[in-house]
Write a protein that binds this ligand. Sequence first.
Ligand SMILES: NC(=O)C1=CN([C@@H]2O[C@H](COP(=O)(O)OP(=O)(O)OC[C@H]3O[C@@H](n4cnc5c(N)ncnc54)[C@H](OP(=O)(O)O)[C@@H]3O)[C@@H](O)[C@H]2O)C=CC1
Ligand SMILES: O=C(CO)COP(=O)(O)O
Length: 338
Amino acid sequence: MTEKIAVLGAGSWGTVLANLLTENGHQVSLWANKEKLVTEINQEHTNVHYLPTFKINPKVVATLSLATALQDVDLILFVVPTNAIREVAKKVVTVLNETGRKPLIMHASKGLEQGTHKRLSQVLSEEIPENERQALVVLSGPSHAEDVANRDLTSITAASVDLEAAKRVQQLFMNDYFRIYTNDDVIGVEMGAALKNVIAIGAGALHGLGYGDNTKAALITRGLAEISRLGVAFGAKPLTFIGLSGVGDLIVTCTSVHSRNWRAGNQLGQGQSLETILKNMGMVVEGVSTTKVAHELAQQKNIEMPITTAIYHVLYEQKNIRDEITCLMQREGKMEMD
Ligand SMILES: NC(=O)C1=CN([C@@H]2O[C@H](COP(=O)(O)OP(=O)(O)OC[C@H]3O[C@@H](n4cnc5c(N)ncnc54)[C@H](OP(=O)(O)O)[C@@H]3O)[C@@H](O)[C@H]2O)C=CC1
Ligand SMILES: O=C(CO)COP(=O)(O)O
């Protein structure tokens, strides 16, 4: 069945997902916030800033108008950075109020809101109340836009408390290179998605400092331990963290040169300042703000997160990375499984 889908956010991930949904036979409107980009997508079928070599299916229609994007819409996919989710949701609800449509809401973003510490499905359900929409579904897993653009075989998770809605989303996205598993643990999926970006900054930093594969494996494993500890304290199911949205995404983000979080960390390890790195990246590095939220949540719940704390010290307190590594390695010996 052909569905009418609005993809909100024309960065790397939004563009690739809009393209994939179009190739799956759906009618897709891609909402962008810059006129120049709308023209480029509609006329050149490219998005050179975010995906330099990617050819977008000409059936993807970009628009600057949210009302046009949401006209007759069945499903809305939010793919803007975490810090824009609430603002965009407020705009969406205004349009939905005018049209009376009640679409299914999805998001594929990875972060926790600064200040409120909320997960993105919480932000969306606050701004778009239940009577204005159908269910809420979260998409997450190991999926660099650049690899999906090349039809690399990719598997991710569609999570919702409403499993029928998750199955509808599964059908929407599945094709011969993109496979979706359903999950009902929204908390676990969103916590894994957000927190892996923090550890990926650490993985990049260690690489930038010249450390090797043993170090990387140790960081990923102990990173997963602290991600799970915090997630479970907020109600996640422990097993979710050994799934695609947990260890799966942690592995890809800690090992791929496509990861903006890994690249930011790598440049930190090589001695560049955070300010310069973010200025030059030209794309969102979600792990920087998530590190602050995660550090605050860990303090609030009294959860031990030594790696996250070390990364927080480097990003927010200008501490020296090598000193932080020394502190981590010299912590008192402990049992592996606590
Ligand atoms: N890239 C990837 O491989 C993956 C990304 N994700 C997640 O998806 C989310 C988006 O990432 P990604 O596409 O990579 O990010 P990018 O940095 O590539 O693009 C973000 C896009 O959102 C737009 N945007 C920013 N703020 C607003 C706003 N207030 N209103 C409207 N549009 C806005 C940006 O516009 P402008 O150009 O004007 O800044 C840009 O087009 C992140 O949470 C990320 O973690 C998840 C899986 C994979
Ligand atoms: O989430 C991602 C891959 O699954 C993308 O990671 P980055 O935001 O670090 O590029």
